[in-house]
Design a protein around this ligand. Structure first.
Ligand SMILES: Cc1cc2nc3c(=O)[nH]c(=O)nc-3n(C[C@H](O)[C@H](O)[C@H](O)COP(=O)(O)O)c2cc1C
Length: 459
């Protein structure tokens, strides 16, 4: 089953009576064949005779993966044959496609496509009886003229736990007519298990063409596409989130990156791409919810109890759908987280910018305040210095002036005294002079009188 999980086209060597024996299988395995079938072995003969077993089945350890094809018409015979070959093989295939008259007459091969209930029972019996995990049970069918009958058969086989279905795209009556690939596609689209297309595939180009026409291994492709889409988106989201959370890229740097012109140019594609991805994720999520409900429903649980080996099959389906559910849900959640992180980074960057602008303003204000304070201090100091100095100076000056005045006063007093003395002296002199003058005047007058007397006497 793992072969169908990796999304590649599984190349199968079809069962061919007389041809696909060990030597042939060993040969085709050398040419990139993924899975080999043995030729059809009649299960009833196989369990009945050791001789038949020895001649019909030869294998080696390297002859894997190997599917043993049986022709059977009842469930128990097939289950017994499967138990016998289980240790040497990877699965059994029920032939519901052999159109040969002898086979149809015996109730083998293509006549089984009209007996869906028997096919279902045979699949369930093998599942119940072979105690080997992952042991495959497949059927190979031809199509009905009415493809709805084939779809019904396949869905019943699927519900019984068949691992995959090989569809030969011809009816039981057709031999070399063109293969009805449209019918294979219809069958493929109605099932969730892998479908192998068969008929008219002769070379690698045919493989590609048939794949495109029918979508076979489409199941594995569909699962892989789902998985790839979700996982890809998830990884992209995780990558972006990791980048966004890198510690050495600051919020401002991110904002610079977000504001780059290139984002405007790719915005159209980016937005629509994201929208498409989100829609795909929601669809995948809903599809996964539907599948989880389907495979964990009461009906399945009931059937699982009746057919214990179906549990593996249902569990696998459930596991896949749950995986897709969780991954798509997680991807959706991460998308929301990513949007929020981008928003927060923008807000953080804006806050950091405002903060740094405020910081600068505060620093400027601080510097200005400091400068003002310094200047005030200087002024105060200057004022203080100025007051003290001028006071002292003034005092000194006053003192000087006072002493000067005193000195001047003293000098003036001295000068005054001196002048007074001088004035006294002058006064005295003046008085003395006045006296002298009076005296002189008196003398003169006496002299004059004398003179006059003498003159008179002369006369
Ligand atoms: C010689 C031969 C033997 C075959 N034996 C078996 C067989 O044992 N079991 C089976 O399911 N199909 C058998 N087939 C059918 C092939 O597996 C296959 O379905 C068929 O060849 C595909 O159709 P095509 O030949 O038109 O390409 C056989 C085909 C041939 C040619």
């Amino acid at each position: 089953m793992d072969l169908f999980e990796n999304g590649k086209v599984v190349k199968v060597c079809a069962p061919m009576v007389r041809y696909s024996k060990l030597a042939f299988r060993s040969l085709v395995r050398k040419y990139d064949c993924d899975l080999c079938f043995t030729p059809m072995i009649v299960a009833a003969d196989f369990i009945r005779s050791a001789k038949a077993r020895d001649s019909e089945l030869t294998t080696t350890y390297s002859d894997r993966p190997l599917i043993i094809q049986f022709a059977a018409k009842d469930a128990q015979t097939l289950a017994t044959a499967a138990s016998l070959v289980a240790p040497f093989s990877d699965g059994v295939d029920l032939n519901c496609g052999c159109p040969q008259r002898w086979a149809m007459a015996e109730g083998y091969g293509a006549c089984l496509i009209n007996k869906p209930q028997i096919v279902k029972d045979m699949v369930r019996h093998v599942r119940n009886q072979v105690d080997k995990p992952n042991y495959a049970v497949s059927v190979k069918i031809r199509i009905h003229k009415d493809v709805r009958k084939t779809v019904d058969l396949c869905q019943k086989a699927e519900a019984a736990g068949v691992s995959w279905i090989t569809v030969h795209g011809r009816t039981a009556d057709e031999r070399h007519q063109p293969v009805h690939y449209d019918a294979i596609k219809t069958i493929k689209d109605s099932l969730r298990i892998p479908v192998i297309a068969n008929g008219d595939i002769k070379n690698p180009k045919d493989v590609q063409a048939v794949c495109e026409l029918t979508g076979v291994d489409g199941m594995s492709i569909k699962m892989t596409l789902q998985w790839t889409a979700v996982a890809l988106f998830l990884y992209i989201e995780i990558g972006i989130l990791l980048l966004l959370c890198l510690p050495f890229i600051s919020a401002q740097r991110w904002q610079m990156i977000f504001s780059l012109n290139i984002w405007n140019r790719v915005a159209w594609v980016w937005k629509r791409g994201f929208l498409a991805m989100i829609i795909i994720l929601i669809v995948l999520f809903l599809d996964a919810v539907r599948e989880v409900r389907k495979y964990s429903g009461a009906q399945i649980n009931k059937e699982s109890k009746m057919y214990p080996n179906m549990i593996d099959h249902v569990h696998m389906k459930l596991f896949r759908s749950q995986r897709n559910l969780y991954i798509s849900g997680f991807a959706l959640l991460l998308w929301l987280v990513m949007q929020r992180v981008i928003q927060l980074i923008n807000q953080l960057a804006a806050a950091v910018n405002t903060n740094s602008a405020l910081h600068v303003q505060i620093e400027d204000a601080n510097k200005a305040a400091k400068r003002y304070m310094e200047e005030t201090e200087q002024l105060e100091q200057a004022l203080k210095d100025c007051t003290d100095e001028s006071k002292a100076e003034g005092n000194e000056r006053l003192r000087n002036e006072v002493s000067q005045l005193k000195q001047e006063l003293k000098t003036s007093a001295e000068a005054l005294n001196k002048s007074k003395s001088e004035a006294d002296a002058i006064k005295k002199q003046t008085e003395a002079l006045a006296k002298d003058y009076d005296h002189l005047l008196q003398n003169q007058m006496k002299l004059q009188a004398c003179t006059e007397i003498e003159d008179k006497k002369d006369i």
